[in-house]
Design a binder for this molecule. Structure first.
Ligand code: GLY
Length: 593
């Protein structure tokens, strides 16, 4: 289908469109996704995505991973709600229709640019490790790290969820609509039923063996023992009841009382792999407001979530190292451009593995990592012609000892991203997750529980030297989520982010470079084929123009891996009007007015 769409675009629109088509991943259309367009606006958004065009609007816009969630947010925005109000509606519907990626049982980071004060705020709704957990939670009796999925599936990996508290805190700060009204769409869809999307059906089928291990999860995703099929109407009355409680009682309805008791019971009694979460962990959970991390790139300021996320720091390091190099002149087809991007990423990931973790627990050289003079010195390492033969962490300015060892956390892709602009000029960028697809696979009261604790390093030390991202009670695991807002002359010009585990950073970097250096609109920037280098292997997106980079990058000394690179970028550009882009690799759309 990708080839067919590319050829059609070439035939219809001549050489310029042909080049653009070659640059971009062709979308799957709404019809092929089995997602019925529920309104003319959704039909138009799906059509724009299929044609590779951004959605245009004047006043407000929302972009997220499923049309039903986007519609819920759009209804709130159209009625005069704020971006924070719309986010609550989007998240609660995502937790129903895209339950494998995010929801009440997970955590999220939110970046907010306030239309009135011009201030930027980041909210940290990341999960916390149980107070009863020890640094060796993910090791066997011999002190060896557990196999990844042995750790993930069950109660052991479940951290205290942060998303319900984040919804409440965002609404407390910036909400305009009545809190209970924001749950209406999710409750209606959960009670009346919604159509299972092909993407959800495919993921259930792939994961059926793990989902089948827990009765409540199996009953929901594998009714009568068989995976749900695409198009099946699915109801979730337990989720509706949980939402009603949240709507009535606020976050307390989740963190205390029967919901919290059921979470603790499910985690502690998970067959074969129980966990340590207690009602005290839930009762004391707090969202943290933190300073954003901002880095200059060209004439822009790129701002996002600092520790415990590595997102903004690693992204900022990559962009900071690329600043001296003229990517605009090189262009998106140039192997030299991708050599620079790939090796800047490797250098940034080396620092990430050494230094980045929850700075409430571990001293971090946060300012030093993005100090312009440090990044200039790291950028000079890229001045050669070939791939760097070796990459090691640098020595950023740091008031503490540099005696830290490298992390060994493995992060697999999942997660979801939401971008929203409201009529009041507020801009919201939120990445939200339950970590692995279907999280821990434990389901309670209609939602899945996260496996976020496996974002910690399973090893605590290397040769006696401590690892910054080791597990500690109450600590938040290091994340790669990179919800981003870009400013020009102090005004917001772009909101963007993506799912994708530790590849999130590369996906967002690619789209920013495409938008800033290569002059692509937001739809082309998110659709541009993915090429990501984290730890040495250059991953190129299968079936796209990125495969053409294989030989030239191999000749420069890179090890190449070709495969699926399923970003889920959702972006909104702000200028004379609003332009929205939705990643063609997923089911999402942008809607605006
Ligand atoms: N669990 C995905 C992330 O936080 O990066």
């Amino acid at each position: 289908m990708r080839i067919l769409l590319t050829l059609c675009a070439m035939a219809l629109a001549g050489p310029v469109a042909a080049q653009q088509a070659a640059d971009a991943v062709a979308p799957e259309t709404g019809t092929e996704l089995g997602l019925a367009a529920s309104s003319p606006a959704v039909a138009a958004a799906l059509e724009a995505k299929a044609a590779g065009r951004p959605v245009e609007a004047e006043t407000w816009m929302v972009a997220a991973a499923h049309p039903l969630a986007v519609e819920a947010g759009a209804r709130v925005l159209a009625a005069g709600g704020s971006a924070a109000d719309a986010m609550v509606a989007v998240q609660t519907v995502l937790g129903l229709v895209e339950p494998q990626s995010s929801g009440l049982g997970g955590g999220a980071f939110l970046v907010w640019h306030d239309g009135t004060s011009g201030e930027m705020t980041t909210l940290d709704g990341r999960e916390t490790a149980p107070l009863a957990a020890t640094p060796r939670l993910f090791q066997d009796a011999q002190g060896e790290p557990l196999a990844f999925f042995d750790a993930v599936v069950g109660g052991r990996s479940v951290g205290t969820p942060g998303t319900p508290a984040l919804l409440a805190e965002a609404h407390r700060r910036w909400g305009r609509a009545p809190w209970p009204s924001l749950f209406d769409d999710a409750i209606r869809l959960a009670e009346d039923g919604f159509a299972v999307s092909p993407r959800l059906a495919g993921l259930i089928a792939e994961d059926a063996e793990r989902l089948a291990r827990f009765p409540e999860t199996a009953a929901y995703f594998l009714p009568d023992g068989a995976p749900l099929q695409a198009g099946a109407s699915l109801r979730n009355p337990d989720y509706a009841a949980t939402l009603r409680l949240l709507a009535k009682e606020g976050a307390a309805g989740f963190y205390t009382g029967p919901v919290s008791a059921d979470i603790v019971r499910a985690v502690g009694s998970a067959p074969g792999n129980p966990g340590l979460l207690s009602q005290l962990d839930l009762a004391i959970y707090q969202v943290r407001a933190r300073d954003p991390v901002c880095v200059s790139y060209r004439s822009f300021e790129v701002c996002g979530m600092g520790p415990p996320s590595s997102g903004a720091l690693t992204l900022g390091q990559i962009l900071g190292m690329l600043e001296p190099y003229d990517l605009a002149a090189l262009g998106p087809q140039s192997a030299e451009a991708w050599r620079l991007i790939g090796d800047a990423s490797r250098l940034a990931f080396a620092d990430r593995g050494r230094y980045m973790a929850d700075s409430d627990f571990v001293p971090m050289p946060t300012a030093g990592l993005v100090d312009p003079s440090y990044l200039a010195a790291r950028a000079a390492l890229l001045a050669g012609d070939d791939a760097l033969p070796e990459v090691a962490p640098g020595r950023p300015a740091f008031d503490h000892s540099h005696n830290l060892a490298d992390d060994i956390a493995l992060e697999l892709p999942s997660t979801s991203h939401v971008s929203i602009v409201d009529r009041f000029g507020n801009v919201l960028s939120m990445t939200t997750t339950i970590e692995n697809g279907f999280g821990s696979r434990l389901m309670v009261r209609g939602f899945l529980l996260n496996n976020e604790l496996t974002d910690f390093s399973f090893a605590t030390h290397e040769d006696g030297v401590p690892i910054a991202n080791r597990l500690e009670p109450g600590k938040r695991p290091r994340s790669s989520m990179a919800p981003t807002i870009v400013l020009k002359d102090g005004a917001p010009v772009l909101a963007i982010g993506s799912p994708g585990g530790s590849r999130i950073i590369g996906y967002v970097a690619k789209a920013l470079i495409a938008w800033i250096d290569w002059g692509m609109d937001v739809q082309r920037a998110v659709a541009l084929p993915n090429a990501v280098n984290r730890f040495g292997t250059f991953d190129l997106e299968a079936g796209t123009a990125a495969e053409a980079l294989q030989d030239p990058l191999a000749a420069l000394g890179f090890e190449i891996k070709i495969g699926d690179l399923n970003s889920g970028l959702h972006a909104i550009a702000l200028g004379a009007g609003l332009q929205g882009g939705a990643d063609p690799r997923r089911e999402g759309i942008a809607l605006g007015d």
